[in-house]
Design a protein around this ligand. Structure first.
Ligand SMILES: [Mn+2]
Length: 457
């Protein structure tokens, strides 16, 4: 991969004008920002755009602009063998066909590396940036945020593979610091009881989702909730208080019959962006990623981009406001999906959100659902939502356990969607597809057949 990264880097060096096209999620924003910084430092003439997906309209628009070079980040592998009339380079990590192994295409799957957890779109882009100039190694912090945005730390409770090498670059430069701590979301910015209230992966029975139980739980073990007028956050607690909470959560889980393997998931590595101010959304990689997800998914990619590029003033404030809206939308989306009801079949379960959930966040909602207490995690979950262009978006989520049994949602979604003239792909544990409206039932039949065959092997 290093050699390929250098080759792609050379194409960049030899081009004058470059247009970056990236994805609208946290990994896409950080990938685009790494590309942006790289080109800025090289003094290139460049532009950037963020898209939901590479559909025909997007491609047509790109062709019309006649860019000298187009740099696709965190997407593009799906078009690497088509559109030979676009002069392109690609730094992506989504599954791709073997015949796409070209000199301009950097993707871990071409090198037998798992793009699901070993490296993200931002990481792949970082490799090219580093190959161009080792001074760009400070951008490793953004690459780690991207990996956390794609939940690549979930499988082992820490980043592995190439992500680990990138992490070590960041550590050496003191831009990122890995620490062992509680892995629940919100260590830096949420009151401790809120951190518990929203705890998932694993959920804490009797505590997750119940505000008053969280407060009682903390009071019973003698944790002071407030310091004067302000709620204490995880980072405000003493070391002893933190261990006390962790051991009590572990006890609760073990008593409820969760095994050791699940219980130990509550602690793991967290990633601190050392140059950032403590107690802010950009100090912890996971919180940073969520902040970014609140921007481009609502068409405010300029806000996310500016924050990635270093704005800690006006745009950080804007992003924080968007975060409040994003949280509310997620809560509403989860509620909506539950009310619509999840229908179970033998090898999959699904819900149809219709127009009820914004298509740009409903992948996150599907992901939250499969990790929640009341949803069966033994079969994959498929969500449908209408898009504004009259098509239907499908989002599929599985679990590590299912992947170990042979599940590959990327392959299954791709195959089922293409038989219906749609398109699909992604990762083995999480994938998406777009299909014509009215074909949902047929799609589920095809998909179920694929999943059944995968799990049988
Ligand atoms: Mn990605």
């Amino acid at each position: 991969m290093e050699k390929r990264a250098k080759e792609v880097g050379d194409i960049i060096k030899n081009s004058k004008q470059i247009h970056i096209v990236s994805h609208i999620d946290a990994d896409g924003l950080t990938a685009g920002s790494i590309a942006y910084k790289t080109l800025e430092r090289l003094g290139k003439d460049f532009s950037i755009e963020f898209v939901k997906q590479l559909d025909e309209d997007v491609i047509k628009n790109i062709k019309d602009k006649n860019y000298e070079l187009v740099w696709f980040t965190d997407l593009g592998s799906s078009v690497s063998t088509s559109y030979t009339d676009i002069n392109m380079i690609i730094t992506d990590h989504h599954e791709c066909p073997e015949n796409s192994n070209k000199f301009f295409h950097l993707n871990p799957h071409l090198f037998n590396i798992d793009g699901g957890f070993e490296i993200s779109g931002a990481g792949t882009t970082y490799l090219v940036s580093k190959a161009i100039d080792r001074e760009n190694m400070d951008l490793s912090a953004l690459a780690i945020v991207g990996a956390c945005g794609d939940i690549q730390d979930r499988k082992y409770g820490k980043l592995m593979g190439l992500n680990r090498d990138i992490l070590m670059d960041g550590k050496k430069l003191e831009v990122i610091d890995p620490k062992i701590d509680i892995r629940y979301f919100g260590r830096e910015t949420r009151p401790v009881y809120k951190l518990l209230q929203y705890a998932n992966d694993p959920v804490i029975p009797g505590i997750t989702g119940r505000e008053s139980s969280c407060i009682t739980f903390l009071q019973e073990i003698g944790i002071k909730l407030k310091d004067g007028d302000s709620w204490r956050r995880w980072i405000d607690l003493t070391k002893n208080e933190r261990s006390l909470i962790i051991s009590n959560i572990a006890q609760t889980l073990l008593v409820k019959g969760f095994g050791y393997k699940i219980t130990k998931k509550i602690i793991g590595e967290v990633y601190i962006l050392e140059k950032e101010e403590e107690g802010t959304e950009v100090h912890d990689a996971k919180e940073f990623a969520t902040l970014l997800n609140s921007t481009a998914r609502y068409d405010k990619f300029d806000v996310g981009l500016k924050v990635c590029l270093g704005d800690r003033d006006k745009y950080l404030k804007k992003a924080k406001n968007l975060l409040l809206g994003h949280r509310a939308n997620l809560v509403e989306g989860l509620q909506f999906a539950r009310e619509e009801g999840i229908v179970k079949r033998e090898y999959l379960q699904f819900f149809h959100a219709g127009n009820g959930i914004r298509d740009t966040i409903f992948g996150i909602v599907t992901n939250m659902l499969i990790n929640s207490e009341d949803v069966d995690s033994n079969i994959p979950l498929i969500g449908f939502a209408f898009r504004d262009d009259g098509q239907v978006k499908a989002s599929a989520r599985g679990t590590e356990e299912l992947v170990e049994k042979g599940l590959n949602l990327s392959a299954a979604m791709k195959k089922a969607a293409s038989s219906l003239n749609g398109m699909g792909g992604g990762h083995n544990i999480a994938a998406g597809a777009t299909i014509p409206k009215g074909k949902e039932e047929e799609f589920l039949d095809l998909l179920e057949e694929e999943i059944k065959n995968q799990l049988r092997l």
